[in-house]
Design a protein around this ligand. Structure first.
Ligand SMILES: C[S@@+](CC[C@H](N)C(=O)[O-])C[C@H]1O[C@@H](n2cnc3c(N)ncnc32)[C@H](O)[C@@H]1O
Length: 230
C-alpha cells in the first residue's frame, strides 16, 4: 500500500475478516497485563532526546501527529494551531524527506514554523513520550497501515505491545481510516482499557493527508474515531 500513487486510483481494503477479530480481547488483555519490554533502538532514543529538549522548553500545548508520512497534516495542524507545537513522527526517512523537498518547492505557501518532523519508530517513541510526560492535547494517528489480513492483528496499533502506553498519550486521540473495522477494533480495545470514544463517517473539504485525498478522490468513505482519555 502506498501514498505515492495518483489520486482516484485507490483500491478498497481486501480482508479475510468479516467483523472484529475474534482474538482481539485476548490480545489486548495480554498486552494490558504485561509490560512491553522491547529494547529501544538507538536512533529513536537519539531523535527523542533532541526533540524532548525543545518540548521541555515550550510552554504551550503539544500536538502529536503519529505516522505523519510526508508531514502534510503536521504542517496543516501547525498552521491551524499557531500557539501549539506540532510534532510529526514517522519511521520512514523516504517519506519525511519528500516533505522537506516539498517545503522548499512551496516556500511561498508554507508559513508555519511551529512544527518538527522526527524520524523515529513509534514502538519506542511512544514509551519515551509517556515517560517524559509531554503535555499532549491532541494525538493524531491518520490512516495507519491497516494490516487487513486476520493473521496480522498484532501489527495493528491496537494489537501491538505498545498499545497500553500509546493510549495514555493525549487528552484526545483522533484516528482516521478508510477501514471501519480498524477503528471499531481500536475503540473496543480502548474501551477494555477504560476509555470512551465515538466513530463517525466524514468528508473533508480540505484533506489533511495524501491518503485522505486519495481515498476521497476514489469515492471511498473515510471514518474518524475520537477517544477521550481523561
Ligand atoms: C498509510 S501511511 C499514512 C501516512 C499519512 N498519515 C497519510 O495519511 O498520508 C502510514 C505511515 O505510518 C508509518 N509507520 C508505520 N509504522 C510506524 C512506526 N512503528 N513508527 C513510525 N511510523 C510508522 C509509515 O512509515 C507510513 O508513513
Amino acid at each position: 500500500m502506498s501514498g505515492d500513487s495518483m489520486p482516484g486510483d485507490s483500491k478498497v481494503i481486501v480482508t479475510n475478516q468479516s467483523g472484529l477479530h475474534e482474538k482481539l480481547d485476548e490480545v489486548v488483555n495480554k498486552h494490558l497485563s504485561n509490560q512491553f519490554q522491547k529494547p529501544f533502538q538507538q536512533h529513536t532514543k537519539q531523535a527523542f532526546t533532541e526533540i524532548d529538549a525543545i518540548v521541555q522548553q515550550f510552554e504551550g500545548e503539544i500536538i502529536l501527529d503519529a505516522c505523519c508520512g510526508v508531514g502534510q497534516s503536521t504542517r496543516i495542524l501547525a498552521q491551524q494551531n499557531p500557539d501549539a507545537l506540532v510534532i510529526g513522527v514517522d519511521k520512514s526517512a523516504h517519506r519525511l524527506n519528500r516533505n522537506v523537498e516539498q517545503i522548499k518547492l512551496e516556500d511561498d505557501v508554507v508559513t508555519a514554523e511551529n512544527y518538527h518532523l522526527i524520524r523515529a519508530d513509534l514502538n519506542d517513541f511512544y514509551r519515551l513520550v509517556l515517560a517524559a510526560k509531554w503535555p499532549v492535547t491532541r494525538h493524531y494517528v491518520l490512516y495507519p497501515n491497516p494490516w487487513p489480513k486476520s493473521k496480522h492483528l498484532q501489527r495493528r496499533w491496537h494489537g501491538s505491545g505498545v498499545f497500553p502506553q500509546m493510549i495514555k498519550i493525549g487528552q484526545q486521540i483522533i484516528l482516521r481510516s478508510n477501514w471501519l473495522i480498524y477503528l471499531q477494533e481500536f475503540l473496543q480495545a480502548a474501551e477494555i482499557a477504560g476509555l470512551t470514544g465515538e466513530i463517525e463517517s466524514f468528508v473533508s473539504a480540505e484533506p489533511l493527508t495524501p491518503f485522505e485525498a486519495k481515498y476521497q478522490a476514489s469515492g471511498q468513505q473515510c471514518w474518524q474515531l475520537v477517544l477521550i482519555t481523561n
